[in-house]
Design a protein around this ligand. Structure first.
Ligand code: XIL
Length: 299
């Protein structure tokens, strides 16, 4: 019983949500946020286009609002995200000199992590670097100009910037064990652990269709955890929010001791980036949906 956050905490886990700074003044929103959730991920405010819209000029205001809210309400933070091909300003995607791009990437990581040093539980250091249906990295300015080593470079830089934050690799479509993309990310994490490249966690975004997670999801979480990393469900939403699909997802995490917590990607259906699919735990009026009860009892 109780709340999502309290129920998750009873087994040493957290239950989080994505938050938009512009909604903190909405009292229906902030009431649910502060009652139910003990981990917060900024939905957009820590992305490169907001944080460093032009080279060397940093805009921390919107993310600071969220971090301040979290500190005032005893909530922890996930940092999202330092290196990603999307929501990336044109001044970065246009760089074609490797030395310049390396220094721009490292400076971005170091400056953003230093600003929030000591306030972030885990960072999504690199987001969505692998191509769908493949074991290889996707095309991006980082991949194309710096090569395969850009991910390792980002994690090493991140470890130096805030040695106490957990460093995660985060992606979608890596929930089904036999998918090539899952195998590609698994091979990377295995290689990082073997060579001492700093990585502490893998984030499974978990943007699911109405069928919910693949049958192998718990196996996937278990196999990654066996490499010596935490696993986290970082952006959970499920089309139409079927109670059983949510329940199956939560159970896959709860059955794995190294599954540290679950974050849903928004509070009310009306807050969702997939709002047409009503994929969240609260309806537009802020009322608990059947999926909410299913999650609470599965935790
Ligand atoms: C989404 C946000 O929810 C939207 O508001 C924004 O317009 C686009 O990005 N994977 C991620 C998240 O890692 O950052 C994305 O968030 C959803 C997919």
């Amino acid at each position: 019983a109780g709340t999502l956050g309290a129920q998750a905490a009873a087994s040493g886990r957290y239950f989080g949500t994505a938050v938009a700074a512009g909604k903190l003044g909405d009292s229906t929103y902030s009431t649910i946020l502060d009652r139910e959730f003990n981990m917060i991920t900024p939905e957009n405010e820590m992305k490169w286009d907001t944080i460093e819209p032009s080279r060397g000029s940093f805009n921390f205001g919107p993310a600071d609002q969220i971090v301040n809210h979290a500190q005032a309400h005893g909530q922890r933070m996930r940092g999202h995200t330092l290196v990603w091909h999307s929501q990336l300003p044109g001044w970065v995607s246009g760089i074609n000199d490797p030395n310049t791009l390396r220094s721009v990437m490292d400076n971005h990581i170091t400056t953003e992590m230093t600003h929030y040093k000591g306030k972030i539980y885990a960072w999504d250091v690199v987001n969505e670097a692998f191509a769908d249906g493949s074991t290889q990295h996707r095309s991006s300015v980082f991949q194309n100009v710096l090569g395969n080593g850009f991910i390792e470079e980002a994690f090493r830089t991140a470890r130096t910037a805030d040695p106490n934050a957990k460093l995660c690799y985060n992606d979608y479509n890596i929930e089904n064990w036999t998918d090539a993309k899952t195998q590609g990310v698994y091979a990377m994490v295995k290689d990082f652990k073997a060579r001492g490249v700093p990585i502490d966690c893998v984030g499974f975004q978990s943007h699911f269709g109405s069928g919910g997670p693949p049958a192998s999801f718990q196996t996937t979480l278990s196999n990654f955890a066996a490499l010596g990393v935490d696993v986290q469900l970082t952006e959970l939403d499920i089309a139409q929010a079927p109670a059983t699909a949510y329940s199956n997802t939560v159970k896959a995490c709860v059955n794995i001791s190294r599954c540290a917590g679950i974050t849903v990607w928004g509070i009310r259906d009306s807050d969702s980036w997939r709002s047409g699919e009503n994929p969240l735990l609260f309806d537009g009026g802020g009322n608990k949906k059947p999926a909410y009860d299913a999650v609470l009892s599965a935790l």
